[in-house]
Design a protein around this ligand. Structure first.
Ligand SMILES: Nc1ncnc2c1ncn2[C@@H]1O[C@H](COP(=O)(O)OP(=O)(O)O)[C@@H](O)[C@H]1O
Ligand SMILES: [Mg+2]
Length: 310
């Protein structure tokens, strides 16, 4: 019995489909997140991240397939689900005119925590989020980072087994962003399953495993480093003060699959099979720019997987 329990996924989607009118927001989505795993659902605006998360936490009913949290079917589980799940929506979810303390109390009552348990959890959560000093401050007077930390504390009050976060660092300054990430790592180390949605590639690269979402479909899934290792193209960096001219000239060289502005130049993705021809043409075409091979990164992976999937 305990084997079954420990090996069962904390969060699971099987063939999930959700439409809004003629828009297919989520299409045949399957994923499985284990206890202690930090999984990132990555994709641009409109990819279907929020819809996928809302299906998983039972706020939306699927048109097809099934979502489960700790084994219970999400849209049918009601209160049982709430006990094992913490959810932080993308939009504001707290009471702006209530203080930190009052917001926590509201969620404590909602989850039916005993007063001893509540006091202990609040002390712990305010401690790890470094919000203790501000507990009398109204939520709408908090900075972006503090607001998100409070939302996280509220979602964690009842010790859920799975945490679902929709763009948790949106509107958060870099320092608070790093603190939030450290907090997430601590939580997964303690065995929590975390599913987060993000449009940021640098954040995706910090997850144990990522799913790349495009047009509601999962187009790739693996550990970020494994996806980078499997990258088949070559990446180059071209230093060019006159970027537009360089871009126009590079555009037609053999094997060039993508060009994007990058610092004082351009990042160029070249098909491996054409790399030699590309370099030869670059050298012979009177190019006045400097060409340098560079290691592919997760952003390159996402870009090329997206182009390939189109
Ligand atoms: N309630 C809704 N009504 C109509 N269309 C929606 C609704 N929610 C989402 N969509 C559409 O579904 C697609 C996916 O949206 P969403 O899940 O919010 O993506 P993301 O979170 O990745 O930005 C978009 O085309 C969006 O316009
Ligand atoms: Mg969203």
């Amino acid at each position: 019995m305990s084997d079954v329990l420990t090996s069962s996924p904390a969060l699971e989607a099987r063939g999930l489909v959700r439409r809004f009118g003629r828009t297919v927001a989520v299409s045949d989505l399957s994923l499985s997140i284990a206890p202690g795993e930090l999984y990132g659902l990555v994709g641009p605006d409109g990819a279907g991240k929020t819809t996928a998360l809302r299906l998983l936490v039972g706020l939306l009913t699927p048109d097809g397939g099934e979502a489960r949290v700790a084994g219970a079917v999400s849209h049918a589980a009601g209160g049982a689900l709430r006990a094992s799940l913490g959810y932080m929506p993308q939009q504001y979810s707290l009471y702006g005119d209530l203080s930190i303390d009052e917001n926590l109390r509201f969620f404590g009552d909602l989850f039916g925590l005993s007063s001893t348990n509540f006091r202990e959890r609040v002390a712990h959560l305010l401690g790890i989020t470094q919000l203790t000093r501000f507990r009398d401050r109204r939520a709408d007077a908090l900075s972006g980072g503090m607001y998100k930390k409070l939302a996280l504390a509220c979602a964690l009050l009842h010790r859920p087994r799975a945490l679902v976060l929709d763009e948790p660092t949106n509107g958060v300054d870099p320092v608070s962003r790093r603190e939030l990430w450290e907090l997430l790592y601590t939580l997964v180390d303690e065995g929590l399953a975390v599913l987060l949605a993000t449009p940021y590639m640098d954040e995706a690269a910090r997850c144990h495993r990522v799913g790349l979402l495009q047009g509601g479909r999962l187009i790739a899934e693996d550990a970020p480093a494994a996806l980078v290792r499997a990258f088949e193209d070559l990446a180059y960096f071209v230093t060019a003060a006159d970027r537009d001219a360089a871009e126009a000239a590079l555009h037609d060289l053999p094997g060039v699959r993508a060009l994007s502005p990058h610092g004082p130049g351009l990042r160029v993705i070249v098909a491996a099979a054409d790399a030699e021809a590309f370099r030869r043409r670059f050298a012979s075409a009177d190019m006045r720019w400097h060409l340098e091979p560079t290691a592919p990164d997760f952003e390159d992976v996402f870009l090329m997987r997206s182009i390939d999937a189109e």
